[in-house]
Design a protein around this ligand. Structure first.
Ligand code: NAD
Ligand code: TDX
Length: 376
């Protein structure tokens, strides 16, 4: 696929006409689907169980935008297959129906705090689900012939959390040994190993990426950045776990999508790529930056940082994540386009404009912003 030409303005090379995106109703998968609809001519098929963190508002808006621009409703290139990866038969049928040239596998239970409260869903979706998908995709790939078989590939999207926790120095790279420490990261590590095993054993053409913390519009409001924006905007206590000195390496979601499309279409088979934004910040720095934004956008008489409240630490809380993205930069030419300051400012403005959406998705999910992940 690396040598296939890219038509002008397209994020996909020639011949990639059908893309199956698992987890396309989620935060990062939704950004991938929107990009594929806007910047390619491919049919895009989302496979998603449509769980608590799913929402199709952003994709439907792009569908309308494209229809108004001349495609018409019949020109809609997006389809949703509502399927749970835990159901092997349904997954097999969905992959046959999608008949993909490229699979981008993002579906997963993704919130560390929920994995502490209920690890079973993480084993089922992230480990068994990936196994079911690999089996179905292998069968599909083996049934292809000629150029379609040559260019087919599956891209597995994973996390830097599989590498464990760093001390004050050093960064994760593709050669860092796996050392997952939460039920979430352990389930993602297992899925990475399964994907590599299907490559080495069956020759399945795969590429993997391991990315750091994403933030941006349309993220379900249970993760740090949207939680803090919503709590601060509502004048409620902002929960900071432990001493607030844990470090994460933040990446704007659209920069992650750039990296994913490069890796999916030009990455070397069997290879993994670490993706990170040179955006290391302590949690306290992130929370204070959000409070400063709110002070400017919604002055409340007193600084929003007065709301910051230390709460019990997350059990097994990883201290520091940081990524060395040298491989994806040198091999594929990837660079983040957004600084943390610019990405965060855009994200804060977006959430303040979308308080109704936040309220709706939280209600649908039966979640009202309460603390998650305190082990019983
Ligand atoms: P998300 O929780 O917003 O979305 C995940 C989507 O997967 C949801 O729509 C959910 O319904 C779907 N899903 C979960 N289990 C499923 C199942 N059994 N069958 C079908 N669909 C299922 O997550 P996200 O933040 O968009 O993360 C997407 C992927 O990227 C995940 O694999 C995650 O591990 C990885 N990742 C996330 C981050 C981050 O900071 N958010 C960073 C690195 C990697
Ligand atoms: O209310 C909070 N207060 C707080 O201090 C929340 C929700 C989090 N935190 C801390 C915990 C972490 O140190 O902030 C940091 C970030 O927490 P999350 O947003 O839950 O992200 P994290 O646990 O780092 O995992 C994220 O990045 C890697 C994603 O959820 C994963 O899907 C991804 O793989």
């Amino acid at each position: 696929m690396t040598s296939l030409p890219f038509p002008a303005g397209s994020c996909l090379p020639e011949g990639i006409e059908r893309v199956l995106v698992t987890g396309g109703a989620g935060f990062i998968g939704g950004a991938v689907v929107r990009r594929l609809l806007r910047e390619s001519r491919a049919q895009v098929i989302t496979l998603d169980k449509c769980g608590y963190a799913s929402d199709l508002t952003s994709i439907e808006a792009v569908e309308r935008e494209l229809a108004e621009a001349g495609g018409g409703p019949e020109g809609n290139r997006h389809r949703l297959l509502r399927v749970d990866l835990a159901d092997a038969e349904a997954v097999d049928a969905a992959v046959r129906e999608a008949d993909p040239d490229l699979v981008m596998h993002l579906a997963a239970e993704s919130h560390v705090d929920r994995s502490i409260e209920g690890p079973g869903a993480f084993i089922s979706s992230n480990i068994s689900g990936t196994f079911h998908l690999l089996q179905a995709v292998r069968q599909h790939w083996q049934g292809l012939s000629g150029a379609r078989r040559e260019r087919f590939r599956m891209h597995h999207i994973s996390t830097d959390e599989v590498f464990g926790s760093l001390g004050p120095e050093g960064r994760f790279s593709e050669t860092t040994p796996y050392d997952p420490r939460s039920p979430y990261s352990a389930s993602k590590a297992a899925s990475d190993h399964l994907v590599q095993a299907w490559h080495h054993t069956y020759g399945l053409p795969v590429v993997l990426t391991n990315c750091s913390n994403n933030y941006g519009p349309w993220q379900f409001p249970e993760k740090l950045i949207p939680v803090v924006i919503l709590k601060a905007a509502a004048g409620e206590p902002i929960p900071l776990y432990g001493d607030g000195a844990n470090v994460r390496d933040w990446l704007y979601v659209e920069d992650h999508v750039d990296a994913l499309l490069l890796a999916a279409t030009r990455g070397q088979l069997g290879r993994s790529y670490c993706v990170g934004g040179h955006g290391e910040r302590t949690n306290r720095q992130v929370v204070e930056a959000i409070c400063a934004q709110l002070d400017a956008l919604r002055p409340a008489g007193a600084t929003h940082s007065r709301l910051i409240t230390r709460v019990d630490d997350r059990p097994g809380h990883d201290r520091r994540y940081a990524i060395d993205p040298a491989r994806i930069t040198s091999e594929l030419g990837w660079q983040p386009r957004h600084s943390f300051e610019d990405g965060l400012a855009a994200t804060v403005r977006w959430y303040l404009d979308q308080l109704d959406w936040c309220e709706r998705v939280r209600q649908q999910a039966g979640y009202s912003g309460e603390r998650l992940g305190v082990a019983g």
